[in-house]
Design a protein around this ligand. Structure first.
Ligand SMILES: NC(=O)C1=CN([C@@H]2O[C@H](COP(=O)(O)OP(=O)(O)OC[C@H]3O[C@@H](n4cnc5c(N)ncnc54)[C@H](OP(=O)(O)O)[C@@H]3O)[C@@H](O)[C@H]2O)C=CC1
Ligand SMILES: O=C1O[C@H](COP(=O)(O)O)[C@@H](O)[C@H](O)[C@H]1O
Length: 498
């Protein structure tokens, strides 16, 4: 079995090579990896789609996409190297008989990486087709895009279909947030700094906020989004992955299963939200027409192709609780929505207040220290601390002021380009490292928690609360924290614009 982390040539087979994800993300990422000379010189790239096409037309198509979605000016050396790797195969992925053409493009002696950038409904067909033409063995890696299912039951069906032909060690489930540099930095920040490692629990932390706000709407994907909603689109995967990394115990090593074992324990410890606590723990909203960044935008029910009766949520706020020793009594507030004032993803750790005040009545409510981890944009880490204002006073008292220790990645690492998440993930697949991919039990545990919330919303039969596009969500989202005398962190991007 060739499964260990290794830099060796492979045949990278991209199913759905003419689709949106391939064009916008995967092909430009392969180009960037080529530019950085991170693809093995002997690796080939085989584009697979159902249209008959000459190789030279496929090459022209790839080039046009790179110019449209990647570097506007291609580096010709890089392009020549990438071009030389390209093959094209026409396969109707639902027709088992049509897969044999792949034999002409892949070398059975090498590792084959099958990236399924197709609707998940045909993952089973693709696995069966590959099996049918006898080109898969235990060295093949298969990469699955989200969403893996619509709920626990359907995710099990997809996972079973793939498991019929591939062992879990061969399956790479993508959550592109795990490829983001700043999400990876959560592990470095927590475990490479004793200042955080020793203060990371209910003794020191009051609560945690995880916000992933998007300024975009549903981008012409009504059919997909209305069926999914923000819960399935963002919380089941990205937000729960971030929460797991923030809350997990130190893994024994950085190997794939050590990290995934710890993330799974967090997911298992999430307190269920059901009809008994749904109204105290969640808020859901749906955007109405408004203005985002000065531009007028339609409401969700007025988007192209909309069903005007839809009750699908485009915003969610959740008070999540983790029932374990470390996090007893520390709520994790999650918030995510479309058509918010700006795109900003942040984790904010609110530390507990000092137990005693030395500084007199004017500083009765010393603000707590906050650690703000800016995931995107303006990636960085910021800590708020109280400082003495320099200078002399006639009363001899000490004046305090809140100040920030701010590490901005664009300044600190000015010479380093921040790679796109897909570049990192494609490289890891080629290296055979599963650490940044989601294991089946994690996905299923996340669905278990999410399904219970969706079920409770369904039985309540209440519509989502409207919020105007360009705002931070429904008023009740403020209430979710205000009940405990807390408030959402006001992100820097917004404050800057005031
Ligand atoms: N687009 C994005 O930004 C994101 C996408 N994803 C996921 O990635 C996957 C792909 O999404 P996306 O690229 O947007 O989808 P698209 O529909 O744009 O692309 C899917 C591709 O699969 C091809 N395909 C479908 N059925 C067959 C078949 N029977 N035989 C051969 N080819 C077939 C389509 O071919 P044809 O063109 O001929 O119809 C199409 O090119 C999905 O699982 C999606 O959920 C995840 C995150 C973000
Ligand atoms: O998976 C998805 O993620 C994007 C947000 O990703 P980001 O990297 O731009 O933060 C979201 O817009 C999309 O709806 C969802 O499917």
């Amino acid at each position: 079995m060739v499964l260990e982390n290794s830099y060796e040539p492979c045949d990278f087979v991209l199913f759905g090579t003419l689709g949106d994800l391939s064009r916008r993300k995967l092909l430009p990422s392969l180009y960037q990896l080529e530019k950085a000379e991170l693809i093995h010189p002997d690796t080939t790239i085989v584009g697979v789609a159902r249209h008959e096409m000459e190789l030279e037309d496929y090459i022209a198509e790839v080039r046009a996409n790179l110019v449209k979605f990647g570097d506007k000016e291609l580096c010709e050396d890089t392009w020549e190297r990438l071009k030389a790797r390209l093959h094209y195969a026409c396969v109707d992925m639902k027709d088992i008989g049509s897969y044999c053409v792949l034999e002409d493009h892949v070398d059975p002696a090498r590792t084959m990486v099958c990236y399924l950038a197709t609707p998940p409904s045909i993952y089973g067909d693709i696995c069966r087709g590959l099996h049918g033409c006898k080109i898969i063995d235990s060295s093949v890696r298969v990469v699955l895009e989200k969403p893996i299912g619509h709920d626990l039951e359907s995710s099990k069906v997809i996972n079973e279909q793939v498991a019929e032909y591939f062992d879990e060690k061969q399956i790479y489930r993508i959550d592109h947030y795990l490829g983001k540099e700043t999400v990876l930095n959560l592990v470095a920040l927590r475990f490479a700094n004793s200042i955080f490692a020793t203060n990371w629990d209910h003794n020191c932390i009051d609560h945690v906020q995880i916000s992933v706000a998007e300024s975009v709407g549903i981008e012409g994907r009504w059919g997909y989004f209305d069926d999914a909603g923000q819960m399935r689109d963002m919380v089941q995967n990205h937000l729960l992955q971030i929460l797991s990394l923030v809350a997990m115990e130190p893994p024994t090593t950085l190997d794939a299963d050590s990290i995934r074992d710890e993330k799974l324990k967090v997911l298992k410890a999430l307190r269920p939200i059901n009809s008994s606590n749904i109204s105290d723990s969640t808020v859901r909203g749906q955007y109405t027409a408004g203005f985002v960044k000065g531009e007028e935008v339609p409401g969700y029910l007025e988007e192209e192709g909309a069903n005007t009766q839809s009750k699908t949520e485009t915003f969610i706020a959740i008070k999540a609780e983790i029932d374990n020793w470390r996090w007893a009594g520390v709520p994790f507030y999650l918030r995510t929505g479309k058509r918010m004032p700006s795109k900003v993803s942040e984790v904010v750790i609110y530390f507990k207040r000092q137990p005693h005040n030395l500084f007199g009545d004017s500083f009765k409510n010393l603000p707590p220290n906050k650690l703000v981890i800016r995931l995107q944009p303006d990636e960085g880490v910021e800590i708020t601390v109280m400082n003495k204002v320099p200078g002399l006073t006639s009363s001899g008292s000490m004046d305090l002021q809140k100040s920030k220790l701010n590490l901005s990645f664009s300044e600190a690492f000015a010479d380093d380009r921040i790679p796109d998440a897909y570049e990192k993930l494609l490289l890891e697949v080629m290296l055979g490292n599963q650490a940044l991919f989601v294991r089946r039990d994690e996905i299923e545990q996340a669905w278990t928690w999410v399904d219970s919330i969706l079920e409770a919303w369904k039985s309540s039969n209440e519509p989502p609360e409207p919020y105007q596009a360009g705002t931070w969500g429904p008023v009740d989202s403020i209430g979710l924290l205000a009940r405990a005398n807390r408030s959402w962190y006001e992100s820097k991007t917004v404050r800057k614009k005031k």
